[in-house]
Design a protein around this ligand. Structure first.
Ligand SMILES: Cc1ncc(COP(=O)(O)O)c(C=O)c1O
Length: 453
């Protein structure tokens, strides 16, 4: 048989081989998963089992899985914690389902991850949008004042959904926002995908400890858990009653036992030596942040995730993407994410001393580049929201069509379009693409998008 270029042959394993080769490179991982390949032993592979009389069942948990969930609840100070083997996405879907059961409207941060927008569409939730503030180079923060104003304008809001921390590490004033929500009898839901470890910092700044009613946490991003392992944490027994059925609405009937077992192992580690290891990591990253600040490399301002390092490479005249290619890659560093202005790195105690040394060296090298006085903010979002023509649900479930941005004026978006995820989308499903939005899409190098037919 003649193999076409790039085509998989029957005896060929392109993905498997690439992953194996990547591991052999010995690069320093500053991306997810949080275990960085340094926590689990190969025996975990043998635990790929299924629902058996003695292994419990995720959506009808009453045995070992329930015990594991109860331990997670104790660890995070929740009334109830539910395991997800379908990532934080599944926890977000369940969280929104639970919020929707109360009726009323949802206040949804405009910088929400697409998993929340898609879940809202599937559940028929038509959100009131709230804009983050101060996100010129980053995603920005929702403030208690803005939430208060939203309640004044929409007294039928019964739940508010925010993301904290942001991808860049910005933390919202969760305590303040929770206070506002509770004074209006509303729930606060937090997408804490990037912040599971916040419960183990010197100061516990996990959103649940600060008053959130529910948090969706991607354990796998910052704790030693296999990719796909997440938790839904709930602060009240009433909400918890329907939580399993809310999760089973979206979840696979074959959740991975390896992922669930990895969560169990992580919980046990965090109860023992894990917390101290994370606090030590906080010191290490704090030193790197100080080094960068001393060299005049800007980082997000205000209250931030202690373990997230966001370096504004644009201050040295190079985009984050270019810095990854020209700098970090050559120093064997893999970042979590690079955009037009920043390089973002996730640290956990599973980074080695060699990893930390490499970053120290990279920061010093970056500091030697000439400083640029004026940095252009990326991801400029037009201040007014686009006109809404269809509901989220109608747009997401419409028959979509991929078109060129050049032809997009006058069409209705069928998908979320974000210039540089994570960020504030320029357009959401159901909104009209006018000439101004079309230009903004083109300016952000977006060439194609999905519209409703
Ligand atoms: C802010 C945010 N929320 C939710 C998710 C979804 O998490 P998961 O990939 O665990 O499903 C992500 C993923 O990157 C994210 O960045």
């Amino acid at each position: 048989m003649i193999q076409k270029r790039g085509e998989k042959m029957e005896n060929d394993m392109p993905l498997y081989d690439r992953l194996t080769e990547h591991i052999k490179l010995g690069r320093s991982s500053f991306h997810t998963p949080g275990h960085k390949g340094n926590f689990f032993t190969p025996e975990l592979m043998e635990l790929d089992l299924t629902e058996l009389p003695d292994t419990d069942a995720l959506f009808e948990a009453e045995g070992v899985i329930l015990r594991c969930e109860k331990a997670a609840a104790r660890l995070f100070g929740a009334e109830r914690s539910l395991i997800s083997a379908g990532g934080c996405t599944l926890a977000i879907q369940a969280m929104l389902r639970l919020a929707s059961l109360r009726g009323g409207r949802l206040l949804l941060a405009r910088n929400s991850h697409r998993s929340a927008v898609n879940a809202a569409a599937l559940l028929g939730i038509e959100p009131v949008w709230i804009m983050p503030e101060g996100g010129k180079s980053y995603t920005g923060r929702i403030t208690p004042e803005a939430v208060e104003q939203a309640f004044d304008e929409h007294p039928d809001i019964t739940a508010c959904y925010i993301t904290s921390p942001s991808y860049y590490g910005e933390l919202c004033d969760v305590k303040g926002i929770a206070g506002v929500c509770h004074s209006h009898g509303a729930l606060l839901l937090v997408d804490n995908a990037h912040g599971s470890h916040l419960a183990f910092m010197k100061e516990n700044v996990h959103p649940l400890a600060l008053g959130a009613d529910m948090t969706a946490c991607s354990l796998h991003k910052t704790l030693p858990v296999l990719t796909g392992g997440a938790l839904l944490n709930i602060s009240s027994g009433t909400l918890a009653e329907c939580a399993k059925s809310a999760m089973s609405l979206f979840g696979s009937t074959s959740p991975s036992y390896m992922i669930m077992a990895s969560i169990d192992k992580c919980i046990s580690y965090m109860f023992s030596e894990g917390a101290a290891a994370y606090r030590k990591c906080e010191d290490d990253v704090g030193e790197l942040k100080k080094l960068a600040a001393g060299l005049g490399i800007p980082q997000p301002e205000g209250h931030c995730d202690p373990l997230r390092l966001t370096l504004n490479t644009a201050s040295r005249g190079i985009s984050g993407e270019r810095a990854q290619l020209d700098f970090f890659e050559k120093m064997n560093i893999d970042c979590e994410f690079c955009d037009g202005e920043n390089a973002v790195m996730i640290f956990t105690p599973f980074n080695t001393e060699r990893d930390i040394l490499r970053v120290r060296e990279a920061i010093s090298e970056l500091g030697k580049l000439r400083e640029i006085s004026e940095i252009n903010g990326r991801n400029e979002v037009p201040p007014e929201l686009p006109e809404k023509v269809l509901s989220l649900r109608e747009a997401v479930l419409s028959i979509p069509e991929m078109i060129s941005v050049a032809d997009a004026a006058g069409r209705i978006a069928a998908d979320t379009v974000c210039p540089c995820p994570p960020g504030v989308p320029l357009i959401m499903p159901g909104e009209l693409i006018d000439e101004k939005i079309r230009e903004a899409l083109a300016d952000n190098n977006i060439h194609k998008l999905m519209v409703c037919r």
